[in-house]
Design a protein around this ligand. Sequence first.
Ligand code: FES
Length: 101
Amino acid sequence: MKFFIGKKEDFKEKEGKEVVIDGRPIAVFKVKGRFFSFKNICPHKGWKLHEGAVNENTLSVKCPGHSWEFNIATGEYVGNSNIKIRTYNIIEEEDNLYIEI
Ligand code: FES
């Protein structure tokens, strides 16, 4: 099922934004013009990942809680791929963005 999450222009480069779909908090990031999303709950202690610092070179975000770092595209914890956040597919249709759940 796909859910409208906003216009492309609503998302700023390297800045995370939280959207809530069907009660699920989801982090959306725009990096180098591409869009990514994953569950917005850090698997360590539950801090919100959309508030983390984005590194566009490594395509990663650091949790604002205790600096665990996650690959934005895959949701994997950098350094231990056994820890992974659920990712969601983003669909771009003209100026609109949708999340597939
Ligand atoms: S809550 Fe994310 S690193 Fe601790």
